[in-house]
Design a protein around this ligand. Structure first.
Ligand code: G1P
Length: 305
């Protein structure tokens, strides 16, 4: 049984176009692209359920119904598979439906200005006075303690908003929000005073990347509400969660938790291929086959050069 955490709710924003992965994402939502033997969003849902989250909201837009189809239980398919003696397949189908049941997955249509703050605010209408986890569905973690659980733990010890961090190559700073680290408190916990969104390497305030995992508190939601109100006044730019966190951090404490484990970004073609290859190589059955192929291809290249 997963632990009973102080945080019960999570939001997965899944309304984005996936433009960095076009044309792969022309008809298939990027959240449904396979990584290993599961679609990428299932890795996130499994992580949340394993961390004791019992209320998951997936914020979607048009063209994302495959996500719903994937998680919806399908008793008639299970029955047919069992009648055909294909119990292993039936079990696999049932397991996904069970995941949706444990996580009480609900779906919400995104409405409002562009930007990754909007789905969080959309989902916030159902929140009480409680913290929630926000996880982008394009990161896959392989960790002994799930990333979500590491974030919850950091929240429990600080009672403040928390961002998931990973060490980053300086040249990659233009792809991420980079935290301003004020104090290293040990065990990967950092006190931070803000985030610079996608700085040039020379302007990066630290060598960590914020990697799309957040504990958001009601006061951060208030900041998001304020950003959105201003957006409707000026109708310019986008509503970013980073801006709300920065506004909050101006006079209140925010923490970063460096996540222990391996992180695979699947949001762009090169990293997506790396994620696929790494999960395939780690597979007990398929890993050895791929390693053998890699050696053969390597030998071919060596003998032709
Ligand atoms: C978003 C955040 C950024 C974060 C990144 C992680 O950017 O704004 O701070 O580092 O996710 O994946 P996006 O990749 O949506 O442009």
């Amino acid at each position: 049984m997963p632990p009973t955490p102080t945080i019960r709710r999570a939001v997965i924003p899944a309304a984005g176009l996936g433009s960095r992965l076009l044309p792969l994402t022309k008809a298939t939502p990027k959240e449904m692209l396979p990584v290993g033997d599961k679609p990428v969003i299932e890795h996130t849902v499994r992580e949340l359920v394993a961390s004791g989250i019992t209320d998951i909201t997936i914020v979607v837009s048009g063209g994302k119904s495959l996500i719903q189809d994937h998680f919806r239980p399908n008793p008639s398919l299970v029955e047919q598979l069992r009648a055909d003696g294909k119990d292993a397949y039936a079990d696999a189908v049932e397991e996904v439906g069970e995941l949706a049941r444990q996580g009480h997955i609900t779906y919400l249509d995104q409405y409002g200005p562009y930007g990754n703050g909007t789905p969080v605010l959309n989902a916030a209408r159902a929140f009480g006075d409680e913290p929630v986890l926000v996880l982008w569905p394009d990161d896959v973690f392989v960790a002994q303690v799930p990333r979500a659980q590491q974030l919850i733990h950091a929240y429990e010890s600080t009672n403040c908003p928390v961002l998931a961090l990973m060490p980053m190559e300086p040249a990659d700073s233009h792809r991420y929000g980079v935290p301003v680290v004020n104090e290293d408190l040990g065990d990967g916990l950092m006190r931070i005073t803000g985030l610079v969104e996608k700085p040039r390497p020379a302007d990066a305030p630290s060598s960590y990347a914020a990697i799309g995992g957040y504990v958001v508190t009601p006061a951060v939601i208030d900041e998001l509400r304020e950003q959105t109100r201003r957006w409707y006044e000026h109708r310019q730019g986008e509503v970013y969660l980073t801006d709300a966190i920065n506004a909050y951090a101006r006079n209140r404490a925010v923490y970063g938790q460096v996540i222990s484990g391996r992180w695979y970004d699947t949001g762009n073609p090169a990293d997506y291929l790396v994620a696929q290859m790494a999960t395939a190589l780690a597979h007990p059955e398929y890993g050895p086959i791929l390693r053998k192929l890699a050696r053969e291809l390597d030998d071919d290249t060596t003998s032709t050069t």
